[in-house]
Design a protein around this ligand. Structure first.
Ligand code: PMP
Length: 376
């Protein structure tokens, strides 16, 4: 018998929903290529288009605005590979945005963050003023919710500022979609990106939602798939799973909303058993499922390893590459002291998280707290 585990790393990847699994299993039976005109091809096309409509509905977009990709990373890279003259990028963006910005020949400037984990709107305002009279293409990158802290960013307000200067806006909504109500049309952004596996779909599928008049240069050329915006035969089964997860997510928003009080109770328990622990970003509006807990005097990688041995899966602030935790650029942007940033672990739950899993976490914290800080 395998030992019980507590999976508290939903921001890294959420468990596959049964609806997504069934849709994928059914799609595996479909032999056709969606680009083929025969009955088998049309069946595959039907699966892709049903999923596209489900994904569009989840974010308040029209199906024809949705380009299916291999994930948020590819979607972000596609937008950033466009012909931009200047980029204004929140300092707390995901690495896929930061990497795309540094690969771009465009001049890139950082939008500052406050200690509360919220981007400073004044820095967006300054960017808009600086480019107000320019006619070339400018892009602002601002995520909807941060993957480490869960802090929700003022995207609608940033869009209002950016519009005055005719700047385009890319919103990485990967951590927000399915967890908060997200409305592409109401938010007014030009581009929105997200990944299937954060909402209970399979890994390796995602979407780029594009406003009708926004410029886009395809990253991958070849066949005419995705209205010539993204070549390559569609991953029909993954797309089917993504669509089914999106449909289920529409029904699960209330369950996600209800998670906030469980998350608050969990944080209160952790503070009880580990009085030195600090919750980062707690004064700001956050995703209902995310707690970034710093434990000054301890090391995140040691805490991760001890929790893992105790059966609890969490992650460090930033996803750690092959077990090595690097300093989090998000916490650096928030001005966190190195002993705070270096001790931060991210706990992220979901509607199926059980009380038993939370108790395992609390018990593991209690056990670690009994050890001298040096040892953990
Ligand atoms: N943006 C954000 C905010 C994310 O959290 C992630 C995944 N951690 C990504 C983009 C990239 O998603 P994927 O790895 O599925 O391409």
């Amino acid at each position: 018998m395998t030992a019980a585990r507590a999976y508290l790393d939903w921001n890294a990847s959420a468990p596959l929903l049964p609806e997504a699994r069934s849709a994928m299993v059914a799609a595996f039976e479909c032999v056709g290529n969606p680009s083929s005109v025969h009955a088998e091809g049309r069946r595959a096309r039907g699966i892709v288009e049903t999923a596209r409509a489900q994904i569009a509905r989840l974010v308040g977009a029209r199906p024809e605005q949705v380009i299916l990709t291999s994930g948020a990373t590819e979607a972000n890279a596609t937008v950033l590979a466009g012909e931009w003259h200047a980029l204004f990028v929140s300092a707390m963006e995901h690495d896929s945005i930061l990497a795309g910005a540094s690969a771009s020949p465009a001049r890139s400037s950082a939008l500052d963050a406050g200690a509360d984990g919220v981007v400073k709107l004044a820095s967006v305002g300054r960017a808009a003023e600086a480019v107000a009279n320019r006619t070339d293409r400018q892009l602002v990158c601002l995520q909807l919710a941060n993957n480490e802290t869960g802090v929700i960013q003022p995207v609608a307000e940033a869009v209002a500022l950016a519009r005055q200067a005719r700047m385009h806006v890319l919103c990485d909504a990967t951590q927000a979609v399915g967890r908060l109500e997200v409305d592409f049309a109401a938010l007014g952004v030009d581009y929105m990106t997200f990944s299937s596996h954060k909402i209970g779909g399979p890994k390796g599928a995602g979407a780029l939602v594009v406003r009708d008049d926004a410029p886009l240069n395809p990253l991958i050329g070849g066949g005419g798939q995705e209205r010539r915006q993204r070549a390559g035969t569609e991953n029909v089964a993954a797309i089917a799973g993504f669509g089914a997860a999106a449909e289920a997510a529409c029904q699960r928003l209330a369950d996600w909303r209800a998670l906030a009080s469980r998350r608050d109770a969990l944080e209160a328990r952790l503070r009880e058993v580990a009085p030195d622990a600090v919750i980062l970003g707690a004064a700001s509006s956050r995703l209902p499922n995310t707690s970034l807990v710093a434990w000054p005097g301890r090391r995140a990688e040691t805490l991760l390893a001890m929790l893992d041995l105790g059966g609890v899966a969490v992650s460090s602030g930033a996803a750690c590459a092959s077990g090595k935790v690097t300093e989090s650029h998000v916490l650096r942007a928030m001005g966190c002291a190195p002993d705070v940033a270096g001790s931060a672990i991210r706990i992220s739950i979901g509607p199926e998280t059980s009380d038993r899993e939370i108790e395992m976490l609390v018990a593991a914290f209690e056990a670690i707290n009994r050890r001298p800080a040096r040892a953990a």
